[in-house]
Write a protein of this length. Structure first.
Length: 417
């Protein structure tokens, strides 16, 4: 709904009885029995409505309708809620249908003073919101955990009855219920947004790491920040992809990438790797972060071997169906990097930063189709379990980089696979 138009104020407003929003809750003691029954019935029914109404606007409309029906002399009612971003008062509910009757001056007074109050206009004055010369009303702020979330009001465009203290106490009690409902819905929205954010964030992690991160998130320990430690970086890239994709339909290109990436990511996750990012037809994966892994080096090499095996299987399947196939080169290296979650609470991303990442990309670029090249920093940690032969990578600025071409895993190593 659009925000209500402010009504013109003509003449002084006389504020009578007022009660602070944090005063003790409404009590039926001292209220006429029939009236107390109506009040209690309303207060007992509202929590039931909270559970039944899916939309906040529907719930607010019910609150206003029930309130106007219970308070003697109340003819009109309005409920306004503050927008979280702009603090503008938005119209959420009103009765009867038509133009809502609300004084923005009085609404602001309820917010500023954090109190409910009864007011009336003298008989010798006129106002744009009435046809008769006498008008009385009540305003109360919606306060929850020391925050004003909105305003609720009822008024009477006749002189038949003025509101009293018991009416005001009931209005304040209902305002608290409404504030609780608004706060609860906002909490649900926040939780849903956070859950969606966390779900998007966690898609890059293996199930095991995902569970650990969820535990940290539930206990408030998943925070922005990074650390320096040794990790193992794996970089894979499809060979000749740019040339091949130029002759393919865009939809077929996406289908092919998804087909290969799904299988490759499953392998990475099986060895507790983390997918840092997809860069076109390349995958950057990390082992040993965000959770430490004493087997990160062996897991990365084993993962690379199984990734190449997965590509070979997919190629056989795609050839049998007459679909394009591709080959892949992989580079792996280990060393100290800065890794962790960066960004903001609204947009948090996992990343790794360091020269090790750049050097791994060079090993990947030099790898021939079907090859796995690893750096000497990694080889000195896996030499007892990996079958590899020396190789050399020519570079423009660093000369020849030493490397090792992985042939397989020694059967007696005990490595999983």
């Amino acid at each position: 709904m659009a925000p209500p138009e402010p009504l013109e104020e003509e003449g002084p407003l006389e504020v009578g009885q007022s009660i602070a929003a944090d005063a003790p809750m409404f009590s039926p003691l001292g209220v006429a029995p029939a009236r107390a029954v109506q009040h209690l019935a309303l207060l007992y029914d509202l929590p039931l409505q909270f559970a039944q109404q899916a939309r906040l606007e529907s719930l607010m409309q019910i609150i206003v309708e029930r309130l106007v029906a219970v308070i003697p002399g109340a003819f009109r009612g309005v409920l306004l809620i503050r927008d979280r971003a702009t603090q503008q008062l938005l119209l959420k509910a009103h009765v009867p249908p038509g133009r809502p009757s609300v004084s923005m001056t009085l609404a602001q007074r309820a917010i500023d003073k954090r109190e409910g109050f009864i007011w009336q206009r003298g008989e010798d004055l006129t106002a744009s919101i009435q046809e008769t010369s006498c008008l009385s009303g009540m305003y109360a702020p919606l306060v929850w955990e020391n925050e004003v979330l909105g305003v609720i009001c009822v008024d009477n465009p006749s002189c038949e009855r003025f509101f009293d203290e018991e009416d005001l106490k009931l209005l304040l009690a209902v305002a608290r219920y409404a504030a609780m409902a608004v706060a609860n819905r906002r909490l649900q929205e926040d939780l849903q947004q956070n859950a969606a954010l966390l779900a998007r964030l966690l898609t890059n992690f293996s199930p095991k790491i995902r569970d650990n991160l969820l535990k940290k998130a539930r206990t408030g320990k998943l925070r922005l920040g990074g650390e320096k430690s040794e990790v193992t970086i794996l970089y894979s890239d499809i060979r000749g992809f740019t040339r091949m994709s130029a002759a393919m339909d865009a939809g077929d290109v996406v289908e092919m990438l998804n087909h290969y990436f799904a299988a490759l990511v499953n392998v990475i996750f099986h060895y507790d790797g983390t997918v840092d990012k997809f860069v076109g037809d390349a995958i950057l994966a990390v082992f040993g972060s965000p959770e430490p892994d004493p087997r990160q080096h062996e897991n990365a090499v084993q993962s690379a071997l199984e990734m190449q095996a997965a590509v070979n299987r997919l190629n056989d399947e795609r050839r049998a169906r007459g679909l394009p196939t591709c080959d892949m080169g992989i580079g792996i290296n280990s060393g100290e990097v800065l890794h962790g979650f960066i960004g903001s609470a609204e947009r948090m991303e996992f990343t790794v930063i360091g020269d090790v990442v750049n050097k791994t990309a060079r090993y990947c670029d030099a790898a021939q189709p079907g090859e796995i090249l690893i750096g000497p920093e990694l080889y000195q940690r896996v030499w007892r379990s990996v079958v590899a032969e020396p190789a050399s990578i020519p570079t423009k600025h660093e000369g020849n980089l030493p490397a090792y071409r992985v042939k397989g895993i020694k059967s007696e190593s005990g490595a999983k696979g």
